[in-house]
Write a protein of this length. Structure first.
Length: 136
């Protein structure tokens, strides 16, 4: 579930007429912070970004699924599913069990936190930019 501040910032961006990708960036930023804090685990910067985009779609940000050929069909299908989820009312959250919560925390402690370091994100941005240069 996205934080209240993230939702407010994303809605503000959309009200100001900014692109949906700008609003989705707020969710990506939140996800990166969560990985750094150890609340979530991500094995790569791309995974953290994908989780953030999924949260944005589920929160109702009008972000289109990736174009055919850009990603796998499975990824496109997941994005379309997230968009559909974003159009419906969120379901009520159930109370989690203590045992599950404890095991989740232990699993998060094993996950690497350097996947969202400034160096890793910088390297990812550089690779993405070079990819765009080659294609464009």
């Amino acid at each position: 579930m996205p934080e209240k501040e993230t939702m407010e910032r994303a809605q503000k961006d959309l009200r100001e007429g900014k692109a949906p990708s700008t609003a989705a960036g707020e969710f990506v930023r939140e996800e990166i912070e969560h990985v750094r804090e150890g609340k979530h685990g991500a094995r790569s910067p791309q995974q953290a970004i994908a989780i953030g985009l999924s949260k944005a779609r589920r929160a109702g940000v009008p972000l289109k699924p990736p174009a055919p050929g850009k990603t796998s069909e499975e990824t496109r299908h997941k994005a379309e599913h997230d968009v559909e989820k974003g159009r419906t009312d969120p379901q009520t959250d159930e109370e989690g069990s203590t045992k599950r919560g404890r095991s989740r925390l232990k699993a998060m402690q094993r996950e690497p936190k350097n996947t969202t370091s400034h160096q890793a994100l910088s390297a990812h941005a550089e690779k993405a930019a070079n990819k765009r240069k080659k294609n464009g």
